[in-house]
Design a protein around this ligand. Structure first.
Ligand SMILES: Cc1ncc(COP(=O)(O)O)c(C=O)c1O
Length: 481
């Protein structure tokens, strides 16, 4: 009964927060451990960390929330029944108003790549800010040119021309514009369950109803998602690719502007595309006159471990790559990288972005690239990702509610279902665990259309003790569900 009441409380809270929470709650969750192995009786302890947060003297959460409600838009949502007032961050940890430390396994929505307030990134930002914060590209400044050169050196093939913007949505808007100008066609193809941004144009590319307003979508086709866990064709890439060809053949003039995809869908719940899918689709799209865009906003910069860029896991080289989030470790920064030939279409007019590549963001972004290399973060993501995945798979053997453990490197998804065969989303149980993890000092993300996937995407400085604490906290919370 207590369990059911707590589900109802969470459901009410989520309704108030504007989340779509529906479905029946009459079935008791099948969370009993299915083997004899059992979690510790007492809660796991957060690893030691030699850092004391500054005493916080600012406004408390209730006051901030009240002001937010009064002066900020009602579409904003927050995590947790009692929202967290985060006032300081250091590497993989966050501190609330009371000085309580949390392990950050979500990195400000996959954005803090090197670590919160990483000293080298911070130093680059501060030193540049002291000299010059802004001038725009109407004048010369070495920071933007140096950063573009460093970023281009990370790209394969002829992807050598960089445009800097301020966000992922802007990057995808610009990429879509380029594809349309270059191809002379209008129609774009994106995947169901994709998230590519919240601007008017990118809402059309996004294919999750929770994030879409009812406005004209533009000329967009949303094709069947090559989702190995839930997709109707399992991991059969060619069956999914056939749907793309069908859209081209039956839904367009036979010509398209382009195709865009994340290689692991982030907001969609860490869904990795069926192996080999992009290669097949890129060929089809090229034959139809379109360009292929890889959205690396979440998957880039070594996070997937095995490769620096997500698209490399599919053995393709896109025509355009878009980036944001991790590129700036928290700075408002995005980029579009393409070939000189494709970039040349933009020269028909002036393409201008006031803040894109400003000296401070460029200095910070350049420092991010250096830090990730120096600290060998890609290799680290591969090693730690394998360890985490193995430990979560072990949990999956013990708790029937874990339907799927997936992803790569430090971009993982743990999908909860009340019935493994039917794959019924365990929405309410996910919400309860989410609160419980926060109590234990662990912050994770949630995603997927039904909000039943835990997203584990920590800052890349996350270490093995953190990973073990994270899984132990899951284990403990699951055992109490
Ligand atoms: C894959 C992907 N593309 C684009 C975006 C949009 O980025 P932004 O919020 O910076 O506009 C996001 C944001 O979550 C994303 O996850």
């Amino acid at each position: 009964m207590a369990w059911r009441n707590s589900i109802l409380r969470v459901r009410d809270q989520h309704r108030r927060n504007g989340f779509a929470v529906c479905g029946s709650f009459s079935t008791a969750p099948s969370t009993a451990p299915s083997s004899s192995s059992s979690p510790a009786d007492s809660p796991p302890q957060i690893p030691r960390f030699d850092y004391a947060p500054k005493p916080y003297k600012g406004p408390l959460g209730d006051e901030v929330l009240e002001k937010r409600r009064k002066f900020l838009g009602p579409s904003l949502f927050y995590y947790y029944q009692k929202p967290l007032n985060i006032v300081e961050g250091k590497m993989q940890y966050l501190f609330d108003e009371n000085g309580k430390r949390y392990l950050d396994a979500f990195a400000g929505i996959v954005t803090v790549s090197c670590g919160h307030c990483h000293p080298e990134v911070l130093n680059a930002i501060v030193e540049q800010s002291k000299l010059l914060q802004h001038a725009t590209t109407i004048y010369l400044h070495h920071a933007i040119a140096d950063f573009a050169e460093a970023l281009a050196s990370k790209m394969p093939g002829n992807l050598k021309v960089v445009y800097f913007v301020n966000s992922g949505s802007e990057a995808n808007e610009l990429a879509m514009l380029m594809a349309r100008l270059y191809s002379g066609n209008l129609e774009m193809i994106s995947l169901r369950n994709a998230y590519h941004g919240g601007s008017s144009g990118t809402i059309g590319l996004t294919a999750l109803n929770t994030w879409k307003y009812s406005i004209p979508q533009g000329e967009i086709h949303h094709v069947v998602n090559p989702d190995p866990y839930r997709g109707i064709f399992g991991s059969n890439a060619s069956m999914y690719a056939k749907d793309v060809q069908d859209h081209i053949d039956y839904g367009t003039s036979g010509k398209v502007a382009g195709f865009i995809a994340e290689t692991i869908q982030g907001v969609g719940g860490a869904v990795e595309l069926a192996p080999g899918y992009l290669k097949l689709v890129y060929d089809m799209v090229h034959k139809a006159g379109g360009l292929c865009i890889a959205d690396e906003v979440q998957t880039g910069f070594g996070r997937t471990g095995s490769q620096y860029w997500g698209f490399e896991t599919q053995g393709v080289i896109p025509d355009i790559v878009t980036m944001a989030k991790g590129i700036g470790n928290g700075l408002p920064l995005g980029a579009v990288v393409t070939t000189p030939e494709i970039a040349s279409v933009m020269a028909q007019k002036i393409q201008f972005n006031t803040f894109g590549g400003n000296p401070v963001c460029s200095a910070g972004g350049h420092a991010v690239l250096r830090v990730l290399d120096k600290e060998k973060r890609q290799e680290h993501c591969a090693d730690l990702g394998s360890h985490l995945t193995a430990r979560f798979r072990d949990l999956q053997e013990r708790y029937d509610i874990i339907g799927d453990v997936r992803g790569r490197g430090l971009m993982l998804g743990i999908e909860l279902v009340t019935d493994r065969k039917e794959k019924t989303p365990a929405k309410a149980e996910t919400a309860i665990l989410f609160e419980k993890l926060r109590e234990l000092g662990v912050l994770v993300g949630k995603g997927g259309l039904h909000g039943n996937v835990f997203r584990i995407k920590p800052p890349m400085c996350f270490n093995k003790d953190d990973a073990d604490f994270l899984v132990d906290a899951f284990d403990y919370a699951l055992s109490k569900l």
